[in-house]
Ligand binder design. Structure first.
Ligand code: ADE
Ligand code: ZN
Length: 359
């Protein structure tokens, strides 16, 4: 039997960070719209928009307690990582068949293409599905088929990163890794997400060592302002030996960690709008500090259907908060391409395009 998640801690009373949400000009900004983009921190289950959620529920004969899309959205109430995760896991229960996973990834690929995202490395959470009886093959086959079709139709390239859920036991993660081995060609790397409290990187040291030995690239979430956050970043760097870190913005508090990121060329996948919802503010100043120190910081959307912003909106929010120049926006995208796990030819072509665009 699989482990049950810990009970969810009480929610905070206020919604810190809301006041820092910049009003964005994403849609009307031609420079941002045309900027070629690379997204590295995107949970495919977090792209499940209310309309698709209702449609999949109906197709699967499920009755949800919402009359329409507005009612689904109105029910979203989160102001912390744990309170967000409750609604995130509940929402994905409508995903049951291979076609459901196909439709989810196809919808994201269409949106990404519309925002000029050229390349994306996309997290998926197989344990959140296998734990409720959906086969691993159903999940990975539906997602992969949609990404392949999107690539043929529009040129958008999307690749999968398998995330282990850190609030389940390490044994379940190891079993999931073994389940993934026959699908190696469809999965670029592995990551770690879900509730970080009490679930440090060390808990998964053996799983990540095996994943590395099997040829997967490694990343993991070090979410914002977590308990022991800088120690978790240190473990990710020194014990796990990650290739990059998701969020990881608290590294700015420790010069030794910044030095390690710089020495090893390890990048951070930051998510400004999501930061503003689940923590106290977008962490714009910290992101800028890291960028100015030369750390390969990138801007991403995390769970855009829940946090109300895809990658263009995240770039716009950060740009508006920091008065970023066009050159700095190009630099953020260059960073993303550089720290991506794309083949050299794909990276070179995207970097050349960004150079031309910046000029
Ligand atoms: N699962 C989906 N989004 C997440 C996030 N931002 N942090 C941790 N786990 C997640
Ligand atoms: Zn995330």
């Amino acid at each position: 039997m699989q482990e049950q998640r810990d009970p969810v801690p009480e929610q905070r009373e206020s919604t810190p960070g809301e006041e820092e949400r910049a009003s964005t000009t994403a849609e009307s900004d031609p420079f941002l719209a045309g900027l070629p983009k690379c997204e590295l921190h995107l949970h495919i289950e977090g792209t499940l928009e209310p309309g698709l959620k209702l449609a999949l529920a109906a197709r699967n004969g499920m009755v949800l307690p919402y009359a329409d899309e507005a009612a689904v959205r109105a029910a979203y109430a989160f102001d912390s990582l744990p309170s967000f995760l409750v609604q995130y896991y509940e929402g994905m229960s409508v995903l049951r068949t291979e076609q459901d996973f196909y439709d989810l990834a196809a919808a994201y690929a269409a949106r990404a293409h519309a925002q000029n995202v050229r390349y994306a490395e996309i997290f998926f959470d197989p344990q959140a599905h296998t734990a409720r009886g959906v086969a691993f093959d159903t999940v990975v086959r539906g997602l992969t088929r949609a990404l392949d079709d999107a690539r043929r139709a529009t040129g958008f390239r999307g690749h999968l990163i398998l995330c282990f859920l850190r609030d389940f036991q390490a044994e379940f993660a190891m079993a999931t890794l073994v389940q993934a081995l026959p699908y190696k060609d469809w999965i670029l790397g592995v990551g770690l997400d879900s509730d970080e409290k009490g679930n440090p990187p060390l808990k998964f040291a053996q799983v990540f060592a095996r994943a590395r030995a099997e040829g997967f690239r490694l990343t993991m979430h070090c979410d914002i302002d977590q308990e022991n956050t800088t120690e978790h970043i240190r473990q990710a760097l020194d014990v796990i030996g990650v290739d990059r870190i998701d969020h990881g913005t608290n590294a700015v508090e420790d010069p030794e960690l910044v030095e390690k990121l710089l020495d090893r060329g390890i990048g951070l996948t930051t998510c400004p709008i999501s930061n503003g919802v689940v923590t106290e503010g977008m962490k714009a100043a910290e992101i800028k500090q890291l960028l100015d120190l030369g750390v390969k910081v990138t801007v991403n959307s995390d769970d855009p259907a829940y946090f109300d912003g895809y990658v263009t909106e995240n770039l716009a929010a950060l740009r508006d908060a920091l008065s970023l120049t066009d050159a700095e926006l190009v630099r953020l995208e260059r960073n993303a391409v550089e720290i991506s796990w794309a083949p050299p030819a794909v990276k070179d072509a995207l970097l050349a395009e960004l150079d031309a665009y910046g000029a």
